[in-house]
Design a protein around this ligand. Structure first.
Ligand code: HEM
Length: 257
């Protein structure tokens, strides 16, 4: 009978052949390479789950978005927990292999930018940073034309009779927040309970990424002090990103209850 085995199915040999530290003798560079690769794998899964959630919400099936959003939030928590592993890297251990990495930086993570775009941010890298790869730029252009999590949520709200139009004007925004407030004030029917749960899962995701930004900035300060980052930014840049929110209207609705 035809079959497979663990290492063929999971391509373990190829996977374990992908770690190539640049500095000979720098013990901690293996951690640095592995942890970035692990992040990119988790980002891949997050995008897989969020794309599914968007499709379900866009089709007016909020129930179908619950499982992928729940899984996303669990993975978000892992992203935060992994920073504790990175914090076992000492600043002097990092300096042993840091210079040859430049100008490589997390700034150039196309998948992180894609998660931002799904969250409704523009996903652009700051001026002066090295550009993303051609492939990443193409992928972000493709994604820019697709519904975001929030516009897809609005489609589901509308499919269930709530007045949640899409658009940037203050009047449309106000109508959406009022629709959300109506839902938050009363979510006792099964249909409304699902919509409310989806909103709270989206907020969990937003909060988790903000916590990751905060903890990543603290971790970076611990590693490099006030030096510029390998991508030319630094802690002040990172601190400026902590206040970003994917779904400001889900935060604003708290004020209307
Ligand atoms: C020693 C470890 C690390 C240090 C010192 C560090 C430091 C920094 C700094 C200073 C920046 C600002 C841009 C720059 O100048 O490079 C940055 C950006 C970034 N880093 Fe890290 N980082 C580390 C590890 C990681 C890891 C493991 C990830 C996981 C993928 C990551 C993801 C990112 C992302 C996504 C950005 C862009 C954030 C944004 O633009 O909002 N970093 N990092």
């Amino acid at each position: 009978m035809a079959g497979t085995d663990y290492s063929s199915y999971l391509r373990i040999d190829e996977l374990l052949d992908l770690q190539h530290p640049l500095t000979e003798g720098a013990h901690d560079e293996m951690l640095f390479v592995v942890i970035h690769q692990a992040y990119e794998l988790w980002f891949k899964l997050i995008l897989h789950e969020l794309d599914d959630a968007v499709a379900e919400l866009q089709a007016g099936r909020p129930q179908g978005a619950m499982a992928p959003l729940h899984r996303t939030v669990r993975v978000d928590e892992l992203l935060i927990a992994q920073l504790r592993v990175l914090e076992t890297l000492t600043p002097e251990g990092f300096l042993e292999f840091r210079d040859p990495l430049k100008p490589a930086s997390g700034l150039q993570s196309g998948q992180f930018r894609a998660i931002e775009v799904l969250g409704g941010l523009d996903g652009t890298t700051p001026a002066g940073a090295s550009p993303l790869s051609h492939h990443d730029q193409e992928e972000l252009r493709r994604r820019a034309g697709l519904p975001t999590l929030f516009t897809a949520l609005c489609a589901s709200l509308r499919a269930h009779g709530l007045d949640a139009p899409v658009g940037d004007s203050p009047e449309l925004r106000e109508r959406r927040i009022e629709a959300l407030a109506t839902l938050y004030r009363d979510h006792t029917t099964p249909e409304r309970a699902v919509l409310h749960r989806v909103c709270e899962l989206l907020l969990d995701h937003d909060e988790a990424i903000a916590r990751w930004r905060f903890h990543h900035s603290l971790m970076a300060a611990r590693e490099i002090g006030s030096r510029p980052g390998t991508g030319g930014g630094g802690i002040a840049y990172l601190d400026g990103t902590i206040a970003q929110r994917f779904f400001p209207e889900l935060w604003e609705v708290r004020n209307r209850l």
